[in-house]
Design a protein around this ligand. Structure first.
Ligand SMILES: O=C(O)c1ccc[n+]([C@@H]2O[C@H](COP(=O)([O-])O)[C@@H](O)[C@H]2O)c1
Ligand SMILES: Cc1cc2nc[nH]c2cc1C
Length: 352
């Protein structure tokens, strides 16, 4: 698999299917546009799938798990060993998102793309690019080749889920230190000062937050990532989880499957994918606005608006899984609700 060849397969979403869906919504026996963003999502998914007639039956959550060398700089409240523990808990239904996924009927696929130690029962070792990244305040987090391998793994995993019959993919990640790498990536790509886009992650003291901002400044100064080259940014100041997820977003566009963005880290990956191939945004769906300070900022840069805003900052795919039932409800009304004629109501006129 070659990244350039894969990217050439990406086309914008299908306008005709979107137009048909938009037209049908106007005949559904309810006040026009009253399901708001859900109606738009149903229209956008039609464009992604290239048909106005579809269902969201099989739902998957892909969780990219990886460690980050920058943790050595004291930028996190917990040690990096937590990454492996939570990763293993995904396979035992003992993590928060696995309980949420059970409620939503979403199948969970944890992927060890770069956890520092070997983890049990997680998708095969073939996906592990490295045992964590290097400390970006001292050297590039990874080589360009490693970043590209992680992106290609993300693409490949989407292809495998398509073969298994999945209709929609939620994204998630687990990696102590990945809010530091995400803030670094976002600060470079959006040309923002690190202080504006950096928060407390999974809980950090005010002193720790200062160290985190300093570490990002140091890493960006030392590695000088090229803001015009998202793969360079990923390699120098990103992480294997972010690179893998960027691949998942690109994979959605290649295989015509909607991919749901989760929180801040997942949004940073979506931004990288959008910079690598702008048409990939057509295949992304937002979920929630993360409580990290730049959560909303990244969605805005992507031209997307969150469905829910409830102060979440858990990651793992929790926000993406939370909106799946909402999306299914939108599709259900679109497919099964009677038209004005069928429910004996005279059709409303669209206000001019
Ligand atoms: O998704 C988010 O918006 C989010 C915001 C803050 C923290 N997290 C989760 O917390 C971990 C990263 O936090 P930290 O402080 O170790 O960088 C990582 O495993 C993420 O899943 C996730
Ligand atoms: C316990 C724990 C669970 C997490 N899930 C996602 N990030 C996390 C960070 C910690 C510390």
């Amino acid at each position: 698999m070659n990244l350039k060849d894969e990217l050439e397969k990406i086309r914008p979403s299908d306008q005709r299917s979107m137009e048909e869906t938009r037209k049908h919504w106007k005949t559904v026996g309810k006040p026009l546009f009253s399901l708001g963003k859900l109606e738009e999502a149903v229209i956008r998914i039609a464009g992604m799938k290239g048909t106005s007639s579809y269902m969201l039956k099989k739902k998957a959550l892909l969780i990219m798990c990886a460690d980050n060398g920058v943790v050595e700089e004291g930028v996190t409240q917990t040690g990096q060993e937590v990454t492996a523990v939570v990763t293993e808990n995904f396979t035992r239904k003992a993590a928060s998102v696995t309980l949420m996924a059970e409620v939503a009927g979403v199948d969970v696929f944890p992927v060890d793309i770069g956890v520092a130690r070997d983890v049990d029962h997680v998708t095969q070792a073939k996906y592990k690019v490295a045992c964590g990244t290097r400390n970006m305040t001292r050297e590039p987090a990874m080589t360009r080749r490693e970043a590209e391998r992680a992106v290609l793994i993300g693409i490949r995993l989407v292809g495998e889920l398509l073969e298994k019959g999945y209709d929609i993919i939620a994204t998630g990640e687990m990696g102590i230190g990945n809010t530091t790498t995400s803030s670094a990536v976002v600060s470079v790509l959006l040309e923002r000062d690190p202080a504006e886009v950096t928060g407390r992650g999974a809980g950090l003291s005010t002193e720790g937050l200062e160290r985190k901002i300093d570490a990002i400044r140091k890493a960006v100064r030392l590695n000088a990532p090229d803001a015009e080259d998202a793969l360079d940014v990923l390699a120098k100041v990103g992480g294997l989880d972010i690179a893998g997820l960027a691949g998942v977003f690109l994979g959605g566009a290649i295989f015509h499957i909607p991919v749901v963005i989760d929180g801040f880290i997942s949004s940073a990956a979506a931004l990288c994918a959008a910079r690598i191939c702008p048409d990939a945004v057509d295949y992304m769906l937002p979920s929630h606005r993360s409580n990290e300070p730049a959560g909303g900022m990244v969605l805005e840069a992507l031209g997307l608006s969150a469905f829910i805003d409830c102060g979440m900052s858990l990651g793992e795919g929790s926000g993406a899984v939370a909106v799946i039932p909402l999306l299914e409800m939108g599709v259900e009304v679109y497919n099964r609700m009677g038209t004005f004629d069928e429910v004996n109501i005279e059709q409303y006129q669209e206000l001019k």
